[in-house]
Design a protein around this ligand. Structure first.
Ligand SMILES: *Cc1c(COP(=O)(O)O)cnc(C)c1O
Length: 425
């Protein structure tokens, strides 16, 4: 199995090469040359989630140096529960937030860390990542104390929630947390500069951990595959998902699971006030915009980086429109939904997950599974005033909140970040 660049079919790599590289040289994103067709009806219903994941990902790793280790990679990465709960007659919630940092990013970050650590046995790797929220904590947690890998996580100082900051800065060891005096875009700019900077490139293999990396997408398709299969076995009908969407990584993974033949009826995207996808569906033109700040901040994306993978999959606007629906939800609607679900079902959702419930009410009365992307306890400052109740703090969060903080502060200047890394080593 090879992976191609979305911009050049002749640019093909094995999965390990694609993981190490992140982005293709031509600026495109890696996609699989074909989608293996899985005969799910013949799978043993007793398979554990990690066993199931290793089985359905096997073809993507065929012939690759990681092939024989895929089972172990999945066992180590997916070591937390994946509950699907019923909310009412025709609405379910898939809770993707039971991992160590309480968002679905743990699935991708932990799988990437297992792969990257194995690929870094004989040489050092530096992972550099800019974050405005959940990616930074998931990546830091996943790579903490992995040998031969250093991680630099940059976040805009004072612009993320206290709990998010704590989850990024509580690690130490091989994790360098940098509070940058600037915006998320400044952090992102330093990442880009590092990739064309001799110091960074000569020091170690340089890689990134954001959702353009194929090792974050592949693990994400396994939870759609697994839960649609289980849903089909339990209800004798295919599953349908509503996915809170920003960079379109999570939703691309769902469409890939469908392309592999898993029993998925429909996939709907819920976005916040950043509505480039809805506008594309309505108008046929993809027009990236500056991002708008909302209370579902992990979805504040004006130029979704995985859009290129999704439009590659569907090829034309007509085909895209026929397969993808998107519903945009504003902050006021998000607040109302958080309130309504809590009072009707005694169930609390995070602001991102709330967009899925708003969308659910616009969609058909058929059965739908809402994708819950983060735990409400990460966003207590938004949620507690709405529901007028204190949220319980899950044990895995309390453990991180109780740890000391390790961080450095810098200006938005790559030389200062470089100095901080040099001082640490
Ligand atoms: C990252 C994130 C999203 C958006 O996911 P994409 O894959 O970027 O579309 C939604 N909700 C939460 C809580 C997130 O952390």
């Amino acid at each position: 199995m090879f992976f191609y660049s979305t911009r050049d079919k002749n640019n093909h790599k094995t999965v390990s090469q694609a993981i190490l590289q992140g982005l293709a040289e031509d600026g495109g994103l890696f996609v699989p040359e074909y989608f293996p067709q899985i005969n799910w009806a013949e799978l043993d219903p007793q398979l554990s989630y990690p066993q199931f994941a290793a089985k359905i990902l096997a073809d993507y790793f065929k012939g690759d140096e990681l092939e024989s280790q895929l089972g172990e990679i999945c066992q180590n990465a997916f070591n937390f529960p994946l509950p699907v709960k019923q909310l009412n007659d025709n609405t379910y919630v898939m809770e993707l937030f039971q991992g160590p940092t309480l968002s679905f990013k743990d699935f991708g970050a932990r799988f990437l860390a297992e792969c990257m650590t194995r690929l870094s046995k004989n040489r050092k790797t530096t992972i550099i990542v800019a974050t405005s929220g959940d990616t930074g904590s998931a990546v830091a947690s996943a790579f903490h104390q992995k040998s031969n890998v250093d991680v630099v996580v940059m976040f805009p100082k004072g612009q993320i929630s206290q709990r998010q900051e704590k989850q990024i800065t509580c690690w130490g060891d091989n994790i360098l947390a940098v509070a940058v005096e600037g915006t998320f875009d400044d952090c992102q700019k330093i990442v880009k500069q590092a990739f064309s900077d001799e110091w960074w490139k000569s020091r170690a293999h340089l890689s990134s951990a954001n959702s353009i990396n194929i090792a974050r997408l592949l693990p994400q398709l396994t939870y759609y595959a697994y839960t649609s299969w289980q849903f089909q076995l339990a209800h004798n009908e295919p599953a349908a998902y509503i996915i809170p969407t920003g960079n379109v990584g999570n939703s691309t993974a769902a469409f890939w699971a469908k392309a592999m033949g898993f029993p998925i009826r429909e996939i709907a995207l819920a976005t916040n006030a950043n509505r480039v996808i809805s506008d594309y569906i309505a108008q046929g033109k993809f027009e990236p915009k500056a991002s708008i700040a909302t209370i579902a901040n992990a979805m504040d994306v004006g130029n979704p980086s995985n859009f290129e993978r999704l439009s590659y999959l569907f090829n034309t606007w007509d085909n895209f429109k026929a397969n993808v629906q998107a519903i945009s939800v504003n902050d006021q609607q998000i607040r109302e939904v958080i309130q309504a679900i809590n009072s009707q079902y005694n169930y609390v959702v995070c602001p991102h997950t709330a967009t899925a419930y708003f969308a659910r009410q616009q969609l058909s009365p058929q059965k739908w599974i809402m994708v819950a992307t983060a735990a409400p306890s990460k966003f207590e400052t938004v949620i507690e005033p709405i529901i007028q109740t204190k949220l319980a703090v899950p044990e895995q969060l309390q453990i991180l909140l109780d740890k000391p903080q390790y961080l450095v502060e810098t200006q938005a200047d790559i030389k200062q970040v470089q100095q901080a890394l040099a001082n640490k080593a």
